[in-house]
Write a protein of this length. Sequence first.
Length: 263
Amino acid sequence: MFVGDDHESVATAFLDGGDVLLVDSLGSMEDARWLQRVLCVDMGATVRIIASTHFMGDHIAGMAVFPDALTIAHRNHRHAFLSQNRRDDASYREPRVVFDSAMRIRWGRHELRFLHNPGKTMDHVSVDAPSADLVCAGDNIVGNIAYLSKADPAQLRTAIGRMRQFGRGVVVGGHIGRFPAAVLDNAIHYLDRLRDAVVGIRTTAPAEEVDERIDAIPIEACLAPGVDPVAFERAWHRHTLAAVVAQSTFALDAALASREARV
């Protein structure tokens, strides 16, 4: 597993002798060239396949560095690429293989199971590796929290729940690194507590105070017990609050809660 300097983006290398299958490929050309030096120069390996958990610029830099590799993405990859807040069209590389719901690849001693699992983006893929006791989650989690961006929180929660069903002991995130399985429960806890806090504000606060109060929700109010947030999680909690305000996230939940209270 590799963690780049740019956005602490993660790439995971599965080895079959001297051949490499990459799940994601870091977030900058500098980081991708470092990945290339380690794999190809230091280890003498060849990157044969690059599979994308989701097609956003901070996870696909290596596609330009390994031009001969077979590139794989979900059929909805363009939807994810076009939905980025800051899009760099020069980084786009058309994947050579696209799939729809599921796909399996035998790679050395591992069978990698690719499952379409939309959450953070519509093209999101979870990569389950039972023989390695791990699942690559992509950006359906951000450490012990989740970043909503333009996502439907309910769909994101469902995506995390599906990964829990795999029962793997290790979860590789799209950022920061690897985590024990409890990280999935922690991310669901975060989403539930964030929803509760936002719905509470939207249903009780004066309209002119709603955005300010949402923006002031501390990460500690949403974290699972015993979780001590790292700097990256704190930063992306702030991004999530900004997205909640800008896109009126959980407004529907608040409206439904108010309607139920009147019945």
